[in-house]
Design a protein around this ligand. Sequence first.
Ligand SMILES: [Zn+2]
Ligand SMILES: [Zn+2]
Length: 166
Amino acid sequence: MMNASLAARPTAATSTPETGNGAKTCPRCNRQHYAWSQTCDRCRYNALSPDERQIRRRAKWLARRQRISAGGSRVTPAELREIRKSGSCTYCDEASTETDHIWPLSRGGPDTPDNIVPACSRCNRSKGTKLLTEWQRGRVEQGLLASEKIKDEIIRLTWLAADPAP
Ligand SMILES: [Zn+2]
Ligand SMILES: [Zn+2]
């Protein structure tokens, strides 16, 4: 009796929408669950494209890592020096004379090495307290080619915009 129309009819005692214990019944698979949405987490996940699934997995991993680093130790002067000397400016490829917090401290970014890249003073001044998605697209695209850290932050920002309540 795996008829699709059966799911829409509240005849079976085990698959009514109101279960009385706070659980919901998923309209796709008919299982009871406690997710915030009517559709269960597994069916929502299965409906995503492979690319979306990968981005979702990476965003969750990043959010977890950033929660850990926010409560962890701050970057040391020696680490800052090392980051500054590790390459040219992430955003324009000129000589780097400073370091930039990709996710600005004033916007809640962590003061940890995975959030800091080498930068020139021109880019640093121009970026200021902007998030990557608020800044010049050309320089952000250069940054994406130059550093995995930039890619991580773009994924974080994109995921937050697409799904504020996962
Ligand atoms: Zn389901
Ligand atoms: Zn620059």
